[in-house]
Design a protein around this ligand. Structure first.
Ligand code: GAL
Length: 539
């Protein structure tokens, strides 16, 4: 009898074990995001040719700020000005990658990376910003880096401009002065000439929104200019025209020989309408998306011109302010056709999400005009969402999937490379960064849903960042790295955090084939049970 009961129990267990992920969904943030339809973890693997990468930027890692003929950049100037950076930190030494780039490559090899996104320091190559004086040691440094990467089987993805403008050009007005367009074009051409035979991916600009708004409206980033209203629109205009020049130089003179791709990287939160039943709120969220991402995305990926909602709103407000023309500059017809469709891919930096609703300020023109107020949008983050080491960054995994879908629909299904995604912790030597593992798991799962379910054309993913580095105005107080660095030490050893092992595993598995691992386990488990049942049956 006992035998029979045990036999029956084992027999039942064989079937009981076969639990599908849908019946018992896994949630990464179970207390906050637990809607089975929206938030359940999505197992599976990424497309076979999917690109896994990590990113850094010159000013954030290189150090050697005045070595071997490098000219000063606006970030050298800005960080040396007391009060601009937390604790008075600077990027003078940073991760010392100018001398320790081989250590960076060793860390990448350990991760199993095949791609690496980094940026070139314009003033390291052209100390005055112009091609009148080329700094050969700067060229040599990047040649050494690129060659060492390739020797390690790692393909470079190179950003031409990640915010460190030569100070000499800032002294002439920087991005406000349209003479910069010619200088940027010369710089881009020189980089294609010098490095393009070994670089397959070019990114003209990293996050122009940051340069325009944080650099020229909020003054919280270099060059620290606070001129809301018109200046940010002029800055953006000149960046877009510079981007188009670089694209066409590449397209015309280098593409056929070098066979690379060129695009731009745009950043944006996903703007979620706070009330999906209110058309005014839905419109406000769309307006916010257009004012952040559409500002640059619409000209580059659509028709060479700004989104209608920006043109209409800013023109209307400018008239109310008594101006004879809009604060938003206009492109000529030639410029529009020169700028339209100037990217082979969409580079996306996405970290977080905001709620949005409409604000209509009756005081209108009395408030000094700015990009922030032009939108008539109030945006915020829910206090219920998980936190990070940065006040602007709360993990909201479902937002990245919605943003990817927004890009697909708005820009006619472009190839998308996620060129940055990651989370910060406050300065800590704790290597057990479960918070980062959770963030990457949850976001990657949503990216995979976008690919598998929504058919968004995402071809690559880049973790920000390879290692802790100079986090702009926060200095070293906020850490985004997969590797920890003690910035007080001279060695600056790159020490892997738990998240590095996690990311290495994701890369090795090309995603999360966990359900197959689980069902493989189940299959093995069931076979053993079956064997035991047979033995019992025989007895
Ligand atoms: C991005 C930027 C990076 C990095 C990251 C984390 O906006 O491109 O340089 O700092 O944010 O804040």
């Amino acid at each position: 009898m006992t035998f029979l009961i045990i036999y029956y129990m084992l027999f039942c267990l064989m079937f009981f074990e076969d639990i599908s992920a849908d019946e018992y969904p896994k949630f990464i943030y179970p207390d906050v995001f637990n809607d089975s339809k929206r938030d359940a973890f999505h197992y599976g693997t990424f497309p076979e040719d999917f690109i896994w990468s990590t990113a850094t930027a010159s000013y954030q890692i290189e150090g050697a700020w005045n070595e071997d003929g490098k000219g000063p950049s606006i970030w050298d100037t800005y960080s040396h000005e007391p009060g601009n950076i937390d604790n008075g930190y600077t990027g003078d030494v940073a991760c010392d990658s100018y001398h320790k780039y081989q250590d960076d490559i060793d860390s990448m090899k350990a991760l199993g990376l095949k791609y690496y996104r980094f940026s070139l320091s314009w003033p390291r190559i052209l100390p005055n910003g112009t091609i009148d004086h080329i700094n050969q040691p700067g060229i040599d440094y990047y040649n050494n880096l690129i060659n060492a990467l390739r020797d390690a089987g790692i393909s470079p993805m190179v950003t031409l401009y990640h915010w460190d403008l030569p100070q000499a050009l800032q002294d002439q007005g920087g991005w406000k002065n349209d003479e910069i367009i010619g200088h940027y074009k010369d710089y881009a051409r020189l980089c294609f000439e010098e490095f393009g035979d070994r670089v397959g991916f070019w990114i003209t600009f990293n996050e122009p929104w940051v340069t325009t708004i944080l650099g020229h409206e909020f003054a919280s980033m270099a060059p620290g200019i606070r001129e809301p209203g018109t200046t940010p629109y002029i800055v953006a205009h000149n960046i877009l025209r510079s981007h188009a020049e670089a694209y066409h130089v590449y397209d015309y003179s280098f593409r056929s020989k070098q066979k690379g791709k060129i695009g731009i990287t745009l950043n944006s939160d996903y703007y979620q309408a706070a009330d999906m039943n209110d058309p005014d709120t839905i419109e406000a969220a769309e307006r916010a998306q257009q004012f952040v991402m559409g500002w640059f995305g619409h000209p580059v990926y659509k028709n060479g011109d700004y989104p209608e909602v920006m043109k209409e709103t800013i023109a209307r407000k400018s008239t109310q302010e008594g101006l004879s023309e809009s604060r938003l500059p206009e492109f000529t017809e030639n410029e529009k056709s020169f700028l339209a469709k100037t990217a082979d891919f969409f580079g996306l930096n996405c970290y977080t999400t905001s709620y949005a609703r409409s604000i209509r300020n009756p005081a209108g023109p009395l408030i000094p005009p700015s990009w922030s107020t032009d939108q008539d949008v109030f945006s915020w983050k829910s206090q219920n969402w998980p936190t990070s080491g940065s006040d602007w960054l709360r993990p909201v995994p479902w937002g990245v999937r919605r943003l990817l879908n927004w890009i697909k629909n708005e820009y006619d299904d472009p190839v998308i490379y996620i060129t940055e995604n990651g989370i910060s912790t406050i300065d800590t030597a704790n290597l057990h960064d479960q918070i980062r593992i959770d963030y990457y798991s949850a976001y990657l799962s949503e990216v995979l849903k976008a690919i598998d379910i929504d058919e968004v054309n995402v071809k690559g993913y880049t973790a920000w960042s390879l290692m802790d580095n100079f986090e702009w105005s926060r200095g070293y107080t906020e850490r985004f790295g997969l590797h920890y660095i003690d910035f007080d030490s001279t060695e600056k050893t790159r020490i892997p955090k738990d998240s590095a092992a996690f990311y290495a595993q994701v890369i090795a598995d090309n995603g999360f084939p966990a359900s197959s691992v689980q069902s493989g386990f189940n299959a093995g488990f069931r076979t053993i049970l079956l064997a035991i049942c047979i033995v019992f049956a025989i007895i």
